[in-house]
Design a protein around this ligand. Structure first.
Ligand SMILES: [Zn+2]
Length: 363
């Protein structure tokens, strides 16, 4: 749990927040000793008229740090020899604005130009943050104690509330990419938060489906009905506790995919009550350990919090965590090739009921 919250400003004006588990941690005595240049100009959003979607273009991200040696890790605490992104010599959980953001609020919101008649361009307004789960470079989320998972959940609630209130933000998306197989450029255990200026395509599709379902059923929530059906069928449920159920979606797109859903319909992480936050850690850690045990080596995964949108359609949302891996065999990865990348049509090589059975049996 968070006992103390301390916000400071890095040398280039970016915000950094320490979420400490002890009330007496003093973080203000450690200023950023670096002299960083101002944050890069932000990205653009370009409209793709062929599919009615926005694409973010952020060229400055090409220069970002790629797998630095551990004594030059920007997410480790600072040492006398090396000033990292985190000025203090230690921390519990820390969140800061990404130095190479895909979206940023340091732009004027009304700068709209047009490349062609069909392709409007607008500033990539929003915000991108980095969440460090532990100061231990060689740890992983799955190795965190339950108390730390709770602190991370509380920090994500804090960030979701603040970022949702920023002008122009449509959806707040906390996620973790784990493993170089996923394209992670820093091995230090960390996640990210994107505050999107538009409703992303997958959320748009989910909103359309949820709206159709509500109309057809006199206002029922689609995700709640899907969850109830899975709880009744049991065949794809991997594990559950009083407040959460973890199940393999019936139409899973990935070789190993699990949804963790709270039993009570809530729009986002801030809406989780104390008991629900406490019950999340044990089940999630259990899932991560099962994932790592599948092939007896650290599983590359993507862990994605689906939260309700900020504006229209918010009432249709149902918070859930989507956890999935691209590893389908000890030495085989699932790549998004022709059908998935060009057509958006997924082909899963593992039957979801089989995946659920394997995940249930493994310990
Ligand atoms: Zn590190």
């Amino acid at each position: 749990m968070i006992e103390k919250r301390t916000a400071i400003e890095l040398s280039d004006g970016r915000e950094l927040i320490y979420f400490d588990e002890t009330p007496n941690a003093d973080r203000t005595e450690w200023p950023d000793r670096r002299q960083l240049p101002p944050p890069p100009p932000t990205s653009q959003l370009r409209y793709d008229p062929l599919v009615d979607e926005w694409v973010a273009v952020a060229a400055h991200r090409q220069t970002r740090t790629f797998l630095p040696p551990s004594d030059k890790c920007p997410l480790c605490p600072s040492t006398p020899e090396f000033a990292s992104e985190i000025p203090a010599p230690d921390y519990d959980v820390v969140v800061f604005e990404n130095q190479f953001p895909s979206f940023s609020d340091r732009v004027s919101p009304n700068e709209i130009t047009e490349l062609t008649d069909q392709v409007p361009v607008r500033p990539g307004i929003g915000r991108c943050e980095v969440v460090c789960f532990t100061s231990d470079h060689n740890s992983s989320f799955g190795a965190l104690p339950e108390a730390r998972v709770r602190t991370v959940v509380d920090a994500l609630a804090d960030r979701t509330t603040e970022l949702s209130a920023l002008p122009g933000v449509a959806q707040v998306f906390p996620f973790e990419n784990r493993g170089i197989e996923i394209g992670v450029t820093l091995s230090h255990p960390h996640g990210q938060i994107y505050a999107y200026p538009m409703v992303p395509p997958r959320t748009q599709a989910m909103l359309r489906a949820a709206e159709r379902h509500a109309t057809r059923t006199g206002g029922r929530n689609l995700y709640a009905d899907v969850l109830a059906a899975e709880q009744k069928a049991q065949v794809r449920v991997v594990a559950a506790n009083e407040h959460w159920t973890a199940y393999v979606p019936a139409s899973s797109r990935w070789p190993f995919e699990v949804h963790l859903a709270p039993h009570r319909q809530v729009p986002d992480i801030p809406a989780l009550n104390d008991a629900e936050r406490a019950a999340f850690g044990p089940l999630y850690l259990d899932m991560l350990r099962r994932f790592d045990a599948l092939f007896d080596k650290p599983m590359p995964y993507i862990s994605a919090w689906h939260q309700a949108v900020v504006g229209e359609g918010r009432d249709l949302g149902y918070l859930h965590l989507q956890l999935f891996s691209i590893r389908r065999a000890p030495d085989k990865l699932k790549f998004l090739a022709g059908s998935e990348s060009a057509m958006g049509a997924f082909i899963n090589d593992v039957i979801p009921e089989t995946a659920a059975q394997i995940l249930r049996d493994i310990r």
